[in-house]
Design a protein around this ligand. Structure first.
Ligand code: FAD
Length: 395
């Protein structure tokens, strides 16, 4: 047939929004759209810090893809992509091959360890439903083990590498969870240590300094120790070694200090910096006009020449833009440049506490936490309508 084939890789923020928009905009038989994802669910990464700390159920951070897309309009394939072959216009899956006329890559990010020895092997990451289940179970197990070996204080030491948004949000939840775990396992809360280590000269680098101070104060009051301006030199099974020479014995290390694009895009031969492929303002790769990249795998510079950060907000807006440009390409109409509409950011600091900038206004405390919940619900509404808000949303 002459109907163009569109293949979307990854059902994250970018991929899902691309699929939803295509489903809405394309006419009957105008294109065949296939969405590929390694799981049959989409995960709401912006919730993952909660199930990781054990303050919420992982079920609340995922949605079945069949509940999001119309399978009469989009073919969903549950499979893992193993190779992208742009010259041959093919994608190799673990169990088959797909050919495309247009490709959208939305395979998301991976942890970047900057070559720090041992981080890959001995630290855990907050990335997926599976990875946060592991962190939660691991934390509980340390409390159980401590009861049998009470001299092992390292079981009760939790090191979090990185004080970016993910690290700070996780620490906020963990600090809320610790008192409950202490009660449950009859452990003196004074024995537990949460240590946040950040190489940059400030927590939440690049964020408003007044809000950073507030966040650090809230978390310090909850018992968190900050080591800012301190690099991790090595991660070992028994703890971390800092650039200062200090060693922190810890049975739990969670690394949130860096993000890179998916390795598959580098292996495909696209020009990439840390797994992020430079795209033109229409979100196409320089080498292939029929390959679009959205979200954490893409590298796009804003008007000031700075790269857009890897965020869900940007991935979603890129998905919308990408779908528009796919439809325009098929219809031989002009493409539209990606323009970022910054709605702001909010970082939660545990129950009832957050900091953020929304519509240019600084927010902190309970009101910021309320805004965070509204943003979460808005997202559920965009992808799954009111039904999803009622099932997964929480005020
Ligand atoms: P992702 O959402 O990561 O999706 C990638 C998809 O590809 C996944 O479904 C994955 O399973 C699939 N996949 C990967 N590899 C393969 C493969 N080989 N084969 C098949 N499928 C594959 N951003 C914000 O804007 N606001 C926030 O508050 C915020 N909070 C965050 C909190 C945490 C704990 C984390 C980890 C991130 C947070 N982010 C936040 C960042 C945001 O989650 C990412 O920028 C966003 O998810 C990127 O979207 P994406 O579409 O590029 O990829």
């Amino acid at each position: 047939s002459t109907v163009p084939r569109i293949v979307i890789l990854g059902a994250g923020y970018g991929g899902v929004l691309t699929a939803l928009r295509l489903q809405k905009e394309l006419n009957y038989n105008e294109a065949n759209v296939t969405l590929v994802n390694k799981h049959d669910y989409h995960y709401i990464t912006t919730h993952l810090h909660m199930p990781a700390a054990g303050t919420d159920d992982p079920e609340n951070a995922r949605v079945n893809i069949s509940k999001l897309i119309d399978e009469f309009k989009i073919d969903f394939v549950k499979s893992t992509v193993v190779q992208i072959k742009p010259v041959e216009k093919k994608v190799i899956l673990e169990d088959g091959t797909l050919s495309y006329d247009y490709l959208v890559i939305g395979l998301g990010g991976e942890a970047e360890t900057f070559g720090i020895p041992g981080l890959q092997q001995h630290a855990m990451n907050i990335r997926s439903i599976n990875s946060v289940r592991l962190i939660r179970e691991h934390i509980e197990y340390q409390f159980a083990k401590f009861k049998r070996e009470p001299e092992r204080r390292d079981y009760l030491t939790f090191v979090i590498g990185g004080a970016g948004f993910t690290g700070i949000e996780f620490i906020g939840e963990l600090a809320d969870r610790i008192p409950k775990l202490c009660k449950q396992f009859d452990v003196d809360p004074g024995l537990v240590k949460i240590v946040n280590i950040e190489a940059a000269p400030t927590a939440l680098p690049g964020f408003d300094p007044e809000l950073v101070d507030y966040a650090v104060q809230v978390l310090t009051n909850k018992g968190v120790t900050f080591k800012i301006g301190t690099a991790i030199k090595e991660c070992k099974p028994e703890g971390v070694v800092l650039a200062t020479g200090e060693t922190i014995p810890a049975a739990t290390v969670v690394w949130t200090g860096g993000i890179r694009g998916n390795r598959l895009v580098e292996q495909a031969g696209f020009e990439a910096m840390r797994g992020r492929v430079k795209v033109d303002p229409y979100l196409r790769t320089a080498q292939y006009e029929n390959v679009f990249i959205v979200g954490d795998c893409s590298l796009l510079f804003n008007d000031e020449g700075k790269p857009f950060p890897p965020t869900a907000q940007i991935a979603m807006q890129q998905g919308v833009n990408c779908a528009f440009n796919l439809v325009a390409s098929i219809r031989n109409q002009p493409l539209r440049e990606f323009k970022f509409d910054n709605k702001g950011v909010v970082a939660s600091l545990g129950k009832g506490e957050a900091v953020g900038i929304v519509f240019g206004k600084k927010l902190k405390g309970g009101f910021a936490a309320f805004m965070k919940k509204l943003i979460d619900m808005r997202y559920l509404y965009i992808i799954g309508g009111i039904g999803l808000v009622l099932r997964k949303g929480k005020l």
